[in-house]
Design a binder for this molecule. Sequence first.
Ligand code: GLP
Length: 284
Amino acid sequence: MRLVIRDDPQIVGQYIANYIRKRIHDFSPTPERPFVLGLPTGSTPLPTYKALIAMVKEKTLSFKNVVTFNMDEYVGLPQDHQQSYHTFMFREFFSQIDIPPSQVNILDGNAEDLIAECTSYEQRIKELGGIELFLGGIGDDGHIAFNEPGSSLASRTRIKTLAYDTILANARFFNDDISAVPRMALTVGVATVLDAREVVVIVTGQRKALALSKTIEEGVNHLWTLSALQLHPWALIVTDEDATAELHVKTVKYFKSIERVQEEVEIIQARPKVKGDSIQAAVA
Ligand SMILES: N[C@@H]1[C@@H](O)[C@H](O)[C@@H](COP(=O)(O)O)O[C@@H]1O
């Protein structure tokens, strides 16, 4: 797992947007072979979405050959409700980029048969060859999507009862009216996220500091479901300085040093080759 630390949420958003753009460009998606991108809601990804929107506007990025799958959706909230994840995604992102709406997938929390809805979501992901990059955020209790503490780390898309802590945390979006927050959601499972070829998670703000330390400094534990990321072969967490508040100084220094060494390697690799240059020869 890599941990990249940046000064603030805006710089984190720009970093991730650059990263996603590069991944999409390198993939060279076509209508027959689209780039499949998993996406989160919440306030954390907003700077990333803003930076991606700017890239589309300046025409350095297109979502025409991208298919998206959102992580989760509340059960029973009308799709056009201000706080449904469907409304959120179209308001904050999809309506401002060039993705055809037919390429957007969001779980239907009002489906007549919720179990069938979850099964067919997994099926649709599979039919497209799996998710290339799953972007995620975390809750204060370390949950990814709506995989609350105690969720099976082998879980798939399913109905989930929300933890009381999450209901309290999300009440801010419902005029602080706890009774207005839905009690259930449909969510991709931990295993659905881990199946993606790459997972990138955004963690910003001091509120997330404990969850970040539990995720990366302790063992894999179903009480902090993001910790399952330790089992993924290609995982990246991008965080701001505030969210590192609970990490050991040693952990922060370690990940910063890894990045510095990586930059040094890239500089060496970019240097023109000089005959007899032993450093160049060593990395060539
Ligand atoms: N289901 C979502 C999560 O996917 C999201 O990561 C979390 C954090 O939200 P925020 O980014 O606003 O802190 O909120 C909800 O619980």
